[in-house]
Design a protein around this ligand. Structure first.
Ligand SMILES: Nc1nc2c(ncn2[C@@H]2O[C@H](COP(=O)(O)OP(=O)(O)OP(=O)(O)O)[C@@H](O)[C@H]2O)c(=O)[nH]1
Ligand SMILES: [Mg+2]
Length: 360
């Protein structure tokens, strides 16, 4: 299972345009309720190098799924319930890609007459928090019954949920509440949308706007909450994504970009989510996988196959750098650099792993 990111933002901020820039999907802008979805390969030069060393013909990259969620209107979550439906889609994503309009163009209608990233982020955050308040309130109702029934631990869980709710109602998204471990545990099953890690995407007209006051304001906001921000020239990059791959680089450089928005986005998403890539090899292929930094060996093994997680025995690990230096797995083993790790091992970026497990 790859990582799943959802493009979120006000109507007409450029989500579908950026979706096209990232995925080359060529989706049309429309105002329907359908979700655009694409799975993109995460580029990683290491897998080609590994395929050569292991002499396998197939190199399978790890993937990232991008979902284009229709725009959230101010007040829609509380009033019509339409926003509530959209928020269900946000509940499913691992990370929010919050698109913020930073381009001025009178020919493109917008919710407001002015461009104001801070106002727009607040508007969307309010929708997320309204939905979260409703979710936590429902949980509190259920918890109150469990407390009355004398269930052990329920009273503390109730206190934690009440605190989160009160702070949401003060206008602080869950991700900025500095929750401690048991507060996070108390609301875990609520899948709060305002708790999801956010990467802000400033949608610009041209790269010359990268220093404009709107982008600066968004950068300050992102820095304050410790989130990431990238800039994308939505319309131009969506056009470029439709060109032949050989021509794309040239046009990107003309735009003042070294990497495509897809590459910049993946890099930033990996950073904010603390993701790592590891590899498995068999006779036919080398495969890259994604897990979170700090994931223990059985959890990482579970990304490859659930049986590997359930029946996990041990993991044999080789480092990518050792393989590149010594040029073959047998040389790495001979040099005593292969390690055998147990259930407590935290998989690291660049590990090449072989999982020993007992099949069910
Ligand atoms: N000038 C300019 N227009 C843009 C840019 N990015 C998007 N647009 C235009 O803005 C309009 C809305 O873009 P969409 O990508 O459909 O916006 P959206 O956020 O998906 O809108 P909804 O799905 O309705 O919420 C379209 O006409 C785009 O061509 C940009 O960087 N510059
Ligand atoms: Mg759209």
């Amino acid at each position: 299972m790859g990582l799943n990111c959802g493009l979120v933002g006000l109507p007409s901020c450029g989500k579908t345009t950026i979706y096209n820039a990232i995925t080359s999907a060529g989706a049309r802008s429309y105002d329907g309720a359908k979700m655009n979805r694409s799975v993109i390969d995460v580029p990683d030069p290491r897998i080609e190098a590994l395929a050569e060393i292991y002499r396998v013909s197939r190199a399978v990259p790890t993937t990232l799924e991008v979902v284009d969620i229709p725009g959230l209107k101010a007040g829609s979550t509380a009033k019509t319930g339409h926003g509530t439906k959209l928020l269900l889609h946000i509940k499913d994503v691992d990370a929010v890609l919050h698109v913020v309009r930073c381009f001025e163009d009178e020919s493109v209608p917008f919710e407001h007459l002015t461009i104001d990233p801070v106002r727009d982020v607040e508007t969307v955050d309010i929708e997320l928090m309204v939905a979260d308040s409703q979710t936590v309130e429902r949980k509190i109702d259920r918890l109150a019954k469990r407390v009355r029934a004398g269930e052990k631990g329920a009273a503390q869980e109730l206190v934690d949920c009440q605190k989160v709710l009160a702070t949401l109602n003060e206008g602080v998204p869950a991700r900025r509440q500095g929750l401690n471990a048991h507060e996070v545990a108390a609301i875990y099953d609520c899948h709060l949308v305002s708790l999801k890690p956010v990467l802000y995407i400033a949608n610009l007209q041209t790269s010359a706007d990268a220093e404009n006051r709107h982008v600066k304001a968004l950068q300050v906001l992102a820095d304050v909450e410790g989130a990431g921000m990238i800039t994308v020239c939505g319309r131009d990059e969506a056009d470029i994504s439709q060109l032949d791959p050989e021509d794309r680089q040239e046009f990107l450089i003309e735009l003042g970009m070294e990497e495509s928005s897809m590459e910049r986005l993946i890099r930033a998403a990996y950073r904010i989510l603390g993701l790592v890539s590891f590899f498995t090899v068999n006779e036919k292929e080398i495969h890259a996988w994604t897990c979170r930094k700090g994931d223990r060996a059985p959890i990482a093994a579970g990304k490859v196959h659930t049986d590997m997680e359930k029946g996990f025995i041990r993991m044999e690990v080789i480092r990518y750098e050792d393989l590149i230096e010594l040029k073959s797995e047998s040389a790495v083993v001979k040099a005593g650099r292969q390690r055998v790790e147990g259930k407590a091992y935290e998989v690291r970026d660049g590990d090449i792993v072989f999982v020993r497990f007992s099949p069910p």
